[in-house]
Design a protein around this ligand. Sequence first.
Ligand code: ADP
Ligand code: MG
Length: 341
Amino acid sequence: MSSSKTSNIDSLGEFGLIERLTSDFNIKNRTSLLGVGDDCAIIELNDKESLLMTTDLLVEGVHFNLMYVPLKHLGYKAVAINVSDICAMNGRAEQITVSIAVSSKFPVEALEELYAGINLACDTFHVDLVGGDMSAAYAGLTISITAIGRVDNNIITRRSGANSKDIIMVTGSLGASYMGLQILERENEVFKANSNVQPELDGYDTLIQRQLKPEARHDMVELFGQLGVVPTSMIDVSDGLASDIFHLCAKSGLGCQLFEEKIPMDDKTKLTAIEFNISPITCALNGGEDYELLFTIKQEDFDKVAGNPNLTPIGYMTSKEDGRNLVDANNELIPLKAQGW
Ligand code: ADP
Ligand code: MG
């Protein structure tokens, strides 16, 4: 570093940092159709199909706590979150590579558990493990997975394709994963204070499952095909609805209007949020790790999706000047704030 003036990483935030580090790169190969900035890179293959590529890094103590995350679940989740990014481009995942850095304090059997989870996910999502890398680490466990997929050129869905008045939709329900994490954290605190107390996880299984073993919505990608719907834009909900709709708005150069009452949340999530003194809508907006698909469709396609229990309309895209807003339960328009966690 030549200059003595340094900047704090936190001052830029994750997306500011990525932008700062990558903005000087130019694309040199015509096969690199889409670079940094979407859920996957798009790589030219042939007239009919393109390749998709994505990578995600999970660091112990930052992304997971082995006090309550079983290694088998961790392996499964690490694959699922990559497959989810392929789904977010309307594609099908086909291969993964897995790289791990691990302290020698981990027994072989622990890593076998991790790989049992990876294997289960490979079966569930129909992907092949085709390589990786392995390194010793001073401490802890770090996993990096790269996934490669394939998508027909006429259905590739980017974050940038939405138009004003497009209907905003989401698959499944939101907020459960965040509440699952709150339960696990609470019981972990209780356990740390007194290791004789058994954790009270009964009745919270569905929430904990959503946190520990999220599913990539490849079934929804298939459903889009069956319904004959090509979303105009799409992203997977990893950081929370607010942050992720911001990405669709920013990349598409638009604003949005969401309706609080339309946002799908299951009853257990709402009740648990209230138990924790968290407003349910906050879980959906800022919770994250739902790995549902957030997408937009043209109004004329609405008949194709209307009434499908897996697909919920939650708002529509507006012009950029209208801003990004939520119509709350009192019918008041409030500006959305994205605060990932
Ligand atoms: P997602 O949540 O869908 O996995 P991220 O928020 O991690 O996406 O990343 C946003 C975009 O920035 C992606 O296109 C990703 O490939 C790119 N990206 C993230 N980190 C880096 C990095 N260190 N260098 C280059 N590109 C990056
Ligand atoms: Mg994503």
